[in-house]
Design a protein around this ligand. Sequence first.
Ligand SMILES: Cc1cc2nc3c(=O)[nH]c(=O)nc-3n(C[C@H](O)[C@H](O)[C@H](O)COP(=O)(O)OP(=O)(O)OC[C@H]3O[C@@H](n4cnc5c(N)ncnc54)[C@H](O)[C@@H]3O)c2cc1C
Length: 431
Amino acid sequence: MSEYLPQDNNENSLWVETAVAGPESESLNESMQADVLVVGGGYTGLSAALHLAEKGVSVVLLEAKNIGFGGSGRNAGLVNAGIWKTPDDVQNLIGPDAAKRFNLALRDSPALVFDLVERFNLQCQAERCGTVHIAHRADAMAYLEDRCQQLQKLGAAAQLIDGSQAEAISGSPLYRHGGILDPGAGTVHPLSYARSLAKAAINRGVRLFQHSGIESLNRYNDRWLAKTANGEVIAEQAIIAINAYADAKSKKVRKSTLPVFIFHCATPPLPAEIAASIIPQRHGLWDTDSLLTSSRIDAEGRLVMSAPGRLHGFQRRIRESWMMRKRDRLYPQLKGTPWAYQWSGQIGVTSTKILRVQLLAPGLFAPAGYNGRGIGVGTVMGKQLADTIASGNRDDFPFPIEALYREKWSKMRAAYYDYGTLALEFFSSRG
Ligand SMILES: Cc1cc2nc3c(=O)[nH]c(=O)nc-3n(C[C@H](O)[C@H](O)[C@H](O)COP(=O)(O)OP(=O)(O)OC[C@H]3O[C@@H](n4cnc5c(N)ncnc54)[C@H](O)[C@@H]3O)c2cc1C
């Protein structure tokens, strides 16, 4: 367990406790050849590996720790379409033609996730029950109305809901202003989704090794040579899918985003009548508050909430108590219920809030910076990279490919963000 969540050994992840078993795989201790090397066992790497294997491409996947060790095993499990930015924001940033491809590829990302779940019988408590971007105040509705119009213009199934629908969906007297319902979105058990994807990939022939972090990656006879502590892989092409969990050796990826933390608290399984009164149809919710909070109920009737911040050292008590006060205001029937689980994870944030695909060297892709929206994005990204590599044709790749990019002052800005959210939580938990 301590290896799973290294930021704080006292973390106690609900997902680790309740996930399906991980794949049986050893660490790499030989020399191997493959068409494609995938580095990183999160959704991006796993989806790329699975889709490549389906096309008959030989793949080795190397994961430094265990499958789902990064964001993919720690997130809230809300399978949402698109990204944080609206379709128009994307257009303003990358231009109309590129934005069209980008927005359309991610509009349907929940469909790809739930398709894979069905096609490969992935055991991950998937529920296509819809998600709601919910207004925390009446004046947030203007933004949501505009966002919803943009989504509808793109052909998304998003629909505006009014205050009484929002209250009925959430079971909260505070979420009474309305929101955007995406009926095609839903929830998964995030770690089980990652582990099941890994097993599906292995069944399709992917050679997958855990506890096999790459320590170097160099050109060797026109191919890529990756070395781990006890083995090596030689491959024609490589995908570096290490995102926000890039270690200090992977500087080019690490420095391309700001490392920002999100934490979760979850209750024990709630008595049936209380669980039925909170988010009764099991939607995933995230609100418009500046300290964005998400809520969902898991398969055993626990309320799982998330918000920005880390649970390191003294910060933990402040954040947990802030989250409990917020929870009790949103769902007053839970007053007096303790938290049973607390855990955190890192997301990669970019200044533009738009993901980035860096071309580290010719043919060497490193996607990162999903800004906390990665179940759909990572799954689509993996598939798109697989299609591009297998076809050798980049024309249909829907995301802009950049040369190296470095976020400036990333450590300082991440610390500012971290302590900023802490101060807000500290003062609002006393207010
Ligand atoms: C707390 C939290 C809540 C979130 N909530 C949501 C949500 O509700 N919905 C949503 O869509 N998204 C959410 N996200 C975002 C989402 O989880 C991520 O964007 C997504 O998991 C990224 O997947 P990935 O495969 O790109 O990277 P990761 O899952 O981070 O995988 C990268 C992997 O690379 C490995 N690695 C690193 N270095 C090496 C190396 N040298 N050699 C080999 N392997 C290496 C790491 O160990 C890690 O397993 C959340 C994220 C967090 C942290």
